[in-house]
Design a protein around this ligand. Structure first.
Ligand SMILES: CC(=O)SCCNC(=O)CCNC(=O)[C@H](O)C(C)(C)COP(=O)(O)OP(=O)(O)OC[C@H]1O[C@@H](n2cnc3c(N)ncnc32)[C@H](O)[C@@H]1OP(=O)(O)O
Ligand SMILES: O=C([O-])CC(=O)C(=O)O
Length: 369
C-alpha cells in the first residue's frame, strides 16, 4: 500500500513557495517586503513607492516615481463596454463581485494574453493598477444605479482613488491615512488569496484569471471580508457597553469575532493593526468624537482577556474607513485594490519560476474493491 505524506489541515505551517517578495518573520515581529520592514515603509513611503518596490524590486527615485504615476494615470480610464456590463449587474450585487467581473472582463481587451514574459506581465500589472480604482468606484456606483464617475488626473493616485469612491477630494490628512492603509494592505506573504492566485497561474493561466480567483478568495469573511463585518458589528453595538455585551454573547455562542486572530500571528497583535489604530486615534481626535476608538479599544481588551486573541489589520482599518466616510461595502474592494500589486508580483514570480501546484490527499473514504 502507498504510504501517505502527513496531512496539515488548512496547510498550516506548510511552505508552499520560494519567494523574494515577502516574509512574515514572527520571531522578530517583522513583515519583510523586498528586504524592507513594512511598518517602517508605511511611516515614510507612499503606495506608489510600494507599487514600484513590488514590481521593480527596489524603491524608486523621485523621477521614477513620477514616471510610474504618469503611466498609471494614462491607464485610469476603463472601457465603455465594462460600464455597460456594470449596468447589467443586478441591484444588490456585492461590489467585490462587481470587481471580480470587471477584472475578468478586461482579459478580452488584452491582445497578448498568451504572452507570460516578464515584460508583458509587468505591463499588464501597471495597466490593472491604473484601472482598479475606476473598476471599484464604478461597479459600486452603477450597481447602485448612480452615474459613473471620471478620474481626476490632477490628484495623486491615492487621492484620486479616494475621490472616486467617496465623491469628495480628501484633505491632506485623509489622503495620508488612506494612502497608509493601501501601503499596509499591499502585500502579506502567502494568504489564501495569494495562494489562490499562484495556484491558478501555475497552470500557465493568465494574470486576469489569477486575480479574478484572488478576488473571490479575498471576499470571504475569514479573509478580506472581515473588515466589512467588523464595521457592521461596531455599528450594531453603538456603545462601549453594548459592544462588550455583544462580544461576550457571541463568544458564549462560540461564534468567531471578525477582526481578531490570524493564522500566522494568532497570539500577537498584527503590527499593521497598530498603525491603523494610531490613524483611528488621529481621525477621532480631529473630529472630536472618540466613541469608535473607545469601542475598539474595549473590544481589544476584552478579546485579549477572554480568548487571548489580538486584532488583525481589518479590525482597525474598518473604523478608519468609516471615519473617512467610505461606504462599508467598499472596504474589501479597497483591500483588494491595495493588494493588486502584491498579487501581480506573486503571479509574475510564479510564471518566472513555475512548477504546477498539484498536492495529494489524505483519503478517508472506503475501498470497495
Ligand atoms: C487581513 C486579514 O485577512 S486577517 C484575517 C481576517 N479574518 C478575520 O478576522 C476572521 C476572524 N478570525 C478567524 O476566523 C481566524 O482567526 C482566522 C481564520 C483568521 C485564522 O484561523 P485559523 O488559523 O484557521 O485558526 P482556527 O480557526 O483553527 O482557530 C483556533 C482557535 O481560535 C479560535 N478563534 C480564532 N479566531 C477567532 C475569532 N476571531 N473569534 C473567536 N475565536 C477565534 C477558534 O475558534 C479556535 O478555537 P478552538 O480551538 O476552541 O476551536
Ligand atoms: O496573511 C493572511 O493570512 C491574511 C492577511 O493578513 C492579509 O492577507 O493581509
Amino acid at each position: 500500500m502507498e504510504t501517505e505524506a502527513r496531512f496539515f489541515p488548512g496547510l498550516e505551517g506548510v511552505v508552499a513557495a520560494e519567494t523574494k517578495i515577502s516574509f512574515l518573520d514572527t520571531q522578530q515581529g517583522k513583515i519583510i517586503i523586498q528586504g524592507y520592514d513594512l511598518i517602517e515603509l508605511s511611516k515614510s513611503k507612499s503606495y506608489l513607492d510600494m507599487i514600484y518596490l513590488l514590481l521593480e524590486e527596489r524603491l524608486p527615485n523621485i523621477n521614477e516615481k513620477e514616471l510610474v504615476e504618469e503611466m498609471l494615470k494614462g491607464e485610469y480610464e476603463i472601457p465603455d463596454e465594462l460600464l455597460d456590463v456594470f449596468c447589467l449587474l443586478p441591484n444588490g450585487t456585492h461590489p467585490m463581485d462587481g470587481l471580480r467581473t470587471g477584472i475578468s472582463f478586461l482579459s478580452g481587451f488584452d491582445k497578448r494574453l498568451d504572452n507570460r514574459s516578464l515584460s508583458a506581465n509587468k505591463s499588464r500589472a501597471y495597466k490593472l493598477l491604473g484601472k482598479v480604482p475606476a473598476i471599484v468606484a464604478n461597479s459600486y456606483r452603477l450597481i447602485e444605479k448612480k452615474e459613473p464617475i471620471r478620474p481626476l488626473k490632477e490628484l495623486s493616485y491615492s487621492a484620486n482613488f479616494f475621490y472616486m469612491i467617496t465623491g469628495k477630494k480628501p484633505s491632506s490628512l485623509e489622503e495620508q491615512i488612506f494612502d497608509r492603509s493601501l501601503v499596509l494592505y499591499s502585500e502579506h506573504e502567502m494568504p489564501n488569496s495569494t495562494f489562490t492566485a499562484r495556484v491558478i497561474s501555475s497552470t500557465q493561466s493568465d494574470l486576469y484569471g489569477a486575480l479574478t480567483g484572488a478576488v473571490a478568495s479575498l471576499k470571504g469573511n475569514l479573509h478580506g471580508g472581515a473588515n466589512e463585518a467588523v464595521m457592521e458589528l461596531l455599528l450594531e453595538a453603538g456603545t462601549v457597553d453594548k459592544f462588550e455585551e455583544l462580544l461576550i454573547a457571541k463568544l458564549y455562542k462560540k461564534e468567531r469575532i471578525m477582526g481578531f486572530g490570524h493564522r500566522v500571528y494568532m497570539n500577537k497583535i498584527d503590527p499593521r493593526a497598530l498603525m491603523m489604530k494610531e490613524s483611528l486615534k488621529q481621525l477621532c481626535d480631529l473630529q472630536g468624537d472618540n466613541r469608535l476608538y473607545r469601542m475598539c479599544e474595549a473590544g481589544e481588551e476584552l478579546m485579549k482577556r477572554e480568548k487571548g486573541l489580538y486584532p488583525n489589520l481589518d479590525y482597525y482599518a474598518a473604523p478608519v474607513y468609516w471615519m473617512l466616510g467610505i461606504p462599508i461595502s467598499l472596504y474589501t474592494p479597497i483591500f483588494f485594490s491595495a493588494r493588486t500589486v502584491g498579487l501581480c508580483a506573486h503571479v509574475i514570480e510564479q510564471h518566472e519560476h513555475n512548477r504546477l501546484f498539484r498536492p495529494r490527499v489524505h483519503y478517508v473514504g472506503e475501498r470497495r474493491f
